[in-house]
Design a protein around this ligand. Structure first.
Ligand SMILES: [Cu+2]
Length: 167
């Protein structure tokens, strides 16, 4: 079959673009660990405390095993509720040892919020009525900002806490 030179170039460009797209997608998914969160579980947004993980005393960071942690967070306008410490102060900062596997479980009481730990692969959308879950390994030490990247109202820019990964 005879093919015009331009036809060949055009075909090559098309197939090439597809290959590049798949390589980028594969790199992000398999190497960088970028995955969409699970939100299969549902919850009553008016009564999140009925769910064990979102009871007042279970919020924030919990160590479940050697190098395994759970972080339960209730997002609402314009705050991430990480519970309170022993002195009763509101927690705005959590510390995780380097290399730990962390399961983030997040829900919202009101509108759609984001849950993005800038500079890591943790980036979830948090929808009312759903529990967003994502498990990841925190390998890079540093202080990260956990912020909302879904516009949620006038106080949206104030919605952030910090996550520290220490050696
Ligand atoms: Cu927001």
């Amino acid at each position: 079959m005879h093919m015009h030179k331009f036809e060949k170039i055009w075909l090559l460009l098309g197939v090439g673009t597809l290959v590049i797209f798949l390589v980028v997608l594969g790199y992000g998914g398999f190497y960088m660990g970028t995955h969409p969160q699970s939100h299969a579980e549902t919850i009553d947004p008016q009564n999140v405390e009925a769910y064990e993980a979102f009871k007042k005393e279970n919020l924030g960071l919990t160590k479940v095993d050697e190098d395994r942690y759970i972080v339960n967070v209730v997002a609402s306008s314009f705050n991430y509720d990480l519970g309170v410490d022993e002195e009763g102060n509101t927690v705005r900062h959590i510390r995780i040892p380097k290399g730990a596997t962390v399961l983030y479980q997040v829900t919202t009481k009101d509108v759609v919020h984001g849950f993005n730990i800038a500079g890591t692969n943790v980036n979830m959308m948090v929808q009312p009525g759903h529990i967003s879950k994502m498990e990841t390994k925190m390998n890079q030490p540093g202080v990260y900002t956990l912020l909302c990247n879904e516009y949620c109202g006038v106080g949206h820019h104030m919605m952030h806490v910090t996550v520290e990964v220490y050696e």
